[in-house]
Design a protein around this ligand. Sequence first.
Ligand code: PHE
Length: 367
Amino acid sequence: MQDLDRLRAEALAAVAAAGTLDQLEAARVAALGKKGTVSGLMKSLGGMGPDERKTAGARLNAARDDIAAALDSAKTALEAKALDERLGRERIDVTLPVRPESQGRIHPISQTIEEITAIFAQMGFVVAEGPDIEDDFHNFTALNIPPEHPARQMHDTFYFGERPAKSGDGAESTGGRHLLRTHTSPVQIRTMLRDKPPIRVIVPGRTYRCDSDMTHTPMFHQVEGLVIDETTHMGHLKGCLIEFVRAYFEVDDVPVRFRPSFFPFTEPSAEVDIGCSREGGELKIGPGAGWLEILGCGMVHPNVLRNCGIDPNRYQGFAFGMGVERVAMLKYGIPDLRTFFDSDLRWLKHYGFLPLDVPTLSGGLTR
Ligand code: PHE
């Protein structure tokens, strides 16, 4: 028992000297563990007389409690220190932007729509939208495609079921049978019925046709453009689209060709081709022997203006429409249309865009 004060002092010194939780545990085992020094003295109590055991037992318990209390507070202090160190080491700045190596990617369709709208926004166009579920009037009739017009067959329309005729709520009185819009052109009609000229809108959106093969998907995307004012002519149409093509493909000398065509809602109408070369099996946008069709356009037909209550003797303008998947495939070398809609994460990782690569003309469309 003479050793107790020394052992107590040694144990407290070991606790005070412990710099880590491991060292602290070693100090605990050395003093209070089964084979520890204080525990050893506890065992010697058995061989003492009752009085001696009483005083020695009390001293031992007091020493054990002191050591246990020292262990406790040292443990709390070391744990707090360890946490502080870890917090210092693992500090994160939550105001930092998303890490560029993050998993998510922007789908090429979204990116392409952003690029296209950025270019037209620079020219003063504003974005307009319309519903995917349209009616016969906006999708066809008002666009100078009357019932029985052969152009309707070409559109492979998804129709909704015939609505039962109810007096006062007849489908005919509101715009006819409902359908999934086959192009974004009905938004021309909605815009002209709502806004007064001058009008300058760009309309990205989903479109639907009942067609599915290597080069067609039942849902696809278009961007429509519409300009209406008192002085617009075909020269403006050409200049605007040539400017767009050069900005979008980021090729200054890409040849652009306007080829006469037909759309019921424009007159005259044209399709726009861009130059390309196919050397060594690789398709390249720019000067070359080949042509690729990328969009349809024309001067808005007077009947369409009239259908929207706009006087064709005073106002005129142009419209165009292009397929987003098509121009995305051409710009980014995506060979197969159907992969756009496969939701294959490996594909998206390869062809997708980093979330912070927001396309702007000043910052570069694609970096
Ligand atoms: N709406 C036409 C289409 O789907 C494209 C187009 C739009 C043509 C506007 C001329 C003017 O193919």
